[in-house]
Design a protein around this ligand. Sequence first.
Ligand SMILES: *[C@@H]1O[C@H](CO)[C@@H](O)[C@H](O)[C@H]1NC(C)=O
Ligand SMILES: *[C@@H]1O[C@H](CO)[C@@H](O)[C@H](O)[C@H]1NC(C)=O
Ligand SMILES: *[C@@H]1O[C@H](CO)[C@@H](O)[C@H](O)[C@H]1NC(C)=O
Ligand SMILES: *[C@@H]1O[C@H](CO)[C@@H](O)[C@H](O)[C@H]1NC(C)=O
Ligand SMILES: *[C@@H]1O[C@H](CO)[C@@H](O)[C@H](O)[C@H]1NC(C)=O
Length: 462
Amino acid sequence: MRVIIIIGICLVMATQVNSFVGITWGRQQTQQLVPSMVVDLLLQNKISQLRLMTSGYDIIEIFSGTNISVSVLMGNSFMYQANRKDLAYNWVNDRIKDPINKGANIVELTVGSEPFSNTFLKQVTNYNVVPVLKLMRESLDEMGLGHVRTTTAHGMDVLNHTKVPSESDFRDDIKPQMIESLAEFNRTGAPFVLVMFPIHFVKDVMNYPIEFAFFDNNSGFKIKDGNITYTNAVELMIDSVAWAIKKAGYENMKIMIAQIGWPTDGYPHANVKNAERFHKGLLKFITSKKGTPMKPGPIDIYLHSLCDENQFNKIFGLFQRHWGIYQADGNPKYKIDLSLQGRDVLPTQAKGIVKMPNRWCKFNGDTTNMDLVNKNYDLACQVSDCSQLEKGASCDGLSYASKVSYAMNAFFQKNKQEVKDCDFDGLGQIVATNPSEPNCEFPIEILSFQDQRVQNGMVLRV
Ligand SMILES: *[C@@H]1O[C@H](CO)[C@@H](O)[C@H](O)[C@H]1NC(C)=O
Ligand SMILES: *[C@@H]1O[C@H](CO)[C@@H](O)[C@H](O)[C@H]1NC(C)=O
Ligand SMILES: *[C@@H]1O[C@H](CO)[C@@H](O)[C@H](O)[C@H]1NC(C)=O
Ligand SMILES: *[C@@H]1O[C@H](CO)[C@@H](O)[C@H](O)[C@H]1NC(C)=O
Ligand SMILES: *[C@@H]1O[C@H](CO)[C@@H](O)[C@H](O)[C@H]1NC(C)=O
């Protein structure tokens, strides 16, 4: 009896110690935060788990000696770099072993980001992920890095969506790959890694009221599944996946949330107010450690994401540029208590940010040659981030002339405020008064990471 109690206590303690709230960090910005600032931001906010959406070793090494657990991603499009044993071995040696030798605490390698996607990431679908995953595992084991887990990230689109979780199953077209992956995860003790975008699931997949995406279930909307009632989408999403995994024979496999968040622009209902409300409910749910009906107990999550990525490829969805809890310049967008005490506080601001001067570029209003105006508008948006101007986005309500100004400014800032980059065939003018309008900020960027590193005499690869 006593033995059972002690084992019970140990299990509870082990699971609680293992549960965490981490954050993701991607680097597809025109002007990137200095990595040491990011380390500082994480430490200030007491975030000890980072999911790095890149595998640049110079970036990974920044976390040496910080105690921050780092999960490294090998994106779908890089799979060819490790699809043979020798290549896989070299990749692991350069990107995992070497940084570990230099003191980085790498705990996980994610091979493939939603490689079976048939929605937002379908352009980079890669069914060869399982062989690569196995090669990476082999290489890690041979190098004595058995403690670095190997996983793959999956979106909700691996499921054939059904009304209730208990009817869920994996899509027919990927079932063989899913079964093979699950066997590999189970063999190596890796969790099933899930990427979640609740707005999309609720509105566009299930066509439910958006209220169902929030934890405070104000609307009273519910989904009944047998004797279980779901009052929010997140629990329903997790349990849908849990059912599919259970049907494949791995009832006890852990589910880890590798990305969950609420973008603030570029998608219906994506705004700061909703993002704040969603996270408040989410963190309360996570810290309660109660879990879901199918997966009771603590859940590991990574909030997505630390800061906006204004260079994220538009074909994957404009909202992908607006996942940040922070703007690209390190200013927090909304209140979120990353220390998990449920307080209404802004997260710590990034220290030591050096911003460009208060100068903007705007359209001088000369509409005598509209072809020329349109040409310059298109040119500016081809190179810089105009996602805020798209239909339904925060700056969609601007007049046409203001939209042209927005685009010109984005281009000018991206090019570090070079005077020639506000020329636009004579249609641009540099101004010192902020042309921002309500709900639509004309940003000034920060001095870039690369510049500062080059000044220090180092050349970095990202
Ligand atoms: C690093 O993590 C270990 C284990 O979690 C902990 O014991 C130690 O105090 C941490 N060190 C610092 C400097 O935070
Ligand atoms: C989804 O499930 C239905 C019913 O089992 C099946 O007919 C259909 O082919 C499935 N679709 C996919 C994409 O797996
Ligand atoms: C999963 O792994 C566990 C532990 O190694 C093992 O006991 C179990 O049989 C595996 N499940 C399947 C379906 O292979
Ligand atoms: C919200 O969910 C809780 C727990 O399921 C339930 O007790 C409560 O009645 C729900 N509130 C509303 C307004 O539906
Ligand atoms: C809920 O339903 C399941 C399956 O039908 C059953 O095994 C379980 O005992 C039920 N739980 C409760 C609390 O009624």
